[in-house]
Design a protein. Structure first.
Length: 133
């Protein structure tokens, strides 16, 4: 399983690829607009594929196009086929689209961030020394 980050034109696309086939039933955006809960079910790939999706967390630093992003794939919910991905953002976002990707092994979340609400990354301390007169 892997997560790819891409996009252009002010939109950021997160593509989540799985070894197993998946079905997307729904997602929820938090009222603050800084997180998405994406629910999905594993529909194929056998028992090994269902056991093979483990809890993982991936972090992506802030860029000129997006706030900091954390993608967390949670352990199974209730039955082994039901899963959830929590995507949190360092600033409020606008959801453009969440749903199935290009095939039955991918899920996509496309967002737009207002970068004016995002603090620039901290600058490293200056190493220049000033000369005394």
């Amino acid at each position: 399983d892997e997560v790819e980050l891409g996009g252009a034109g002010g939109e950021v696309e997160l593509t989540m690829r799985f070894a197993a086939t998946v079905r997307y039933p729904r997602h929820v955006v938090t009222p603050s607009g800084n997180a998405i809960q994406l629910f999905f079910a594993i529909t194929g790939g056998g028992a090994a594929a269902q056991r093979g999706v483990l809890e993982t967390t991936r972090r992506y630093p802030r860029t000129d196009e997006s706030p900091e992003i954390t993608v967390r794939l949670l352990a199974p919910l209730g039955n082994a086929a039901s899963r959830r991905i929590d995507i949190t953002f360092g600033a409020p976002i606008e959801v453009v689209r969440v749903g199935p990707g290009v095939d039955n092994r991918t899920l996509v979340a496309v967002i737009r961030a207002s970068m004016q609400d995002v603090s620039p990354p901290a600058s490293p301390p200056s190493t220049r020394s000033s000369a005394a007169s």
